[in-house]
Design a protein around this ligand. Sequence first.
Ligand code: CO
Length: 214
Amino acid sequence: MRKLKHLFENNRAWAERMTAHDPTFFQKLSSQQSPEYLWIGCADSRVPANEIIGLLPGEVFVHRNIANAVIHTDLNCLSVIQYGVEVLKVKHIIVCGHYGCGGVRAAMQNQEYGLIDNWLRHLKDIYQRHSEVLDSLDDAARFEHFCELNVIEQVYNVCHTTIVQGAWRRGQALAVHGWIYGLGDGLLQDLNLCITSADDIQALYRMAVQSSLL
Ligand code: CO
C-alpha cells in the first residue's frame, strides 16, 4: 500500500482543480518557467511563499532555509541566486523574514541545539553588530527588532554577492527587497528597503536600520 496516501489524494485533487481552471496549465508550465521574482525566505512551515503572495506555480523562484540567511559561502543559496538572476532573469529578489522566527529566537539564546548552532552563528554575528540597540529593548521588542534587522542584513548580503553586483554592472534591471511577514495576521510588511543599484546600498541600508527602530 502506498504510504502517505492522503497526500497523493490531495495532489490528485489539486491537479484536477488546476486543469479544470485551465486545461493547458501544466502543459504550458512544463515547457518553460519565467518567474519575475526570486523569494528567499524562512523554511518555517507557516510561511509558504506562493500562497502568501498569491502566485501560481511558475511565478516565483524560491529558496528557503532556516531564518532566511544569505551566507557568502553557501553554494546552495548562491546557486539559486545565480540561476535566478543570470538564467531566469528575475527582476526582483525578495528577502522575506517573519516575526516569531524560531531561528532568530534561537540565535538570541545561549542554549545549544547541535549542528544548527553553526548556521545560527551568522545570526549571532548580526546580533553582536546591533547589540547596543537590541540589548536596550525588552524581550518582546528585542525579538521583533532582531527579526527585522536580520532581513535588512540579509538584503545587504544579497546586494554584495558577486552575482547581484555583476548584474548591476551589466545594467540588468534588478531590485532587492526586504519584507517581513506576520504569523499572527498573515500580512506582509515592507521594511522600506528596495535596492536597485550598487551605489544605493550603504545609504538605503542605514536608512532601513534607522527606520526599523521607529
Ligand atoms: Co523562521
